[in-house]
Write a protein that binds this ligand. Structure first.
Ligand SMILES: CC(C)(COP(=O)(O)OP(=O)(O)OC[C@H]1O[C@@H](n2cnc3c(N)ncnc32)[C@H](O)[C@@H]1OP(=O)(O)O)[C@@H](O)C(=O)NCCC(=O)NCCS
Length: 171
């Protein structure tokens, strides 16, 4: 079942975030960084985001347990005016490839009919395949981020709404 996130979900959301990062980013992000991730610390920032009316956060539950979530809102990139953005979508490793990510993403896209963007690590091949399967494609914009001294490349992906097929981004 998909429902809106509540303030009391903050720790569980943070735990999904941390567990998923540890599993999916092993070998991509520095191990020292992954080992140091802390659900308790992350739950504070997730608590603030849940309370922020401009941030959309929905969770996917099985029984009472949160096994995935999506966060999004207005696109943060200045050269994509009018776009929405998926900020994060994470599914617990044991629940992946069961349609959870797809259900969360389609819920977001149904409620956000504008064109949509997201940033994904270039090395996160499975996420890239997932995003391509739901209609996103790279628009050529890249950025470098540095995590614990390791430089990583992110690629921007977009999905145009039917009424924005002529879109060209400014570089
Ligand atoms: C990426 C992620 C959100 C996808 O969610 P999911 O629940 O595992 O994916 P779904 O089961 O909904 O997949 C839907 C479709 O996407 C495609 N897909 C998803 N994962 C894929 C993979 N690893 N390889 C190839 N195709 C994939 C398939 O077409 C799939 O349909 P199918 O299973 O019928 O073939 C999830 O795997 C995840 O949390 N990964 C780790 C964290 C992450 O990378 N998040 C994105 C950060 S930018």
């Amino acid at each position: 079942m998909i429902r809106e996130a509540k303030k009391t979900d903050a720790f569980e959301i943070a735990d999904v975030h941390v567990s998923t990062w540890r599993h999916s980013y092993r070998g991509i992000m520095p191990q020292t960084y992954l080992d140091a991730l802390c659900s308790e610390t992350r739950s504070k920032s997730w608590g603030s985001r849940i309370e922020d009316p401009n941030t959309y956060i929905k969770v996917y539950t099985v029984g009472d347990v949160i096994c995935g979530f999506i966060a999004g809102g207005v696109c943060r990139d200045e050269n994509l005016a009018g776009f929405d953005e998926i900020y994060a979508v994470y599914v617990l490793p044991g629940n992946q490839r069961n349609g959870v990510g797809l259900a969360l993403t389609m819920a977001f896209l149904d409620e956000h009919p504008n064109s949509c963007s997201l940033w994904v690590l270039a090395d996160n091949i499975s996420a890239v395949k997932f995003y391509r399967s739901v209609g996103f494609h790279p628009d050529g914009h890249t950025k470098k981020i540095t995590i614990d001294g390791k430089e990583l490349e992110e690629h921007r992906y977009i999905r145009l709404s039917p009424n924005n097929r002529e879109h060209k981004t400014r570089r």
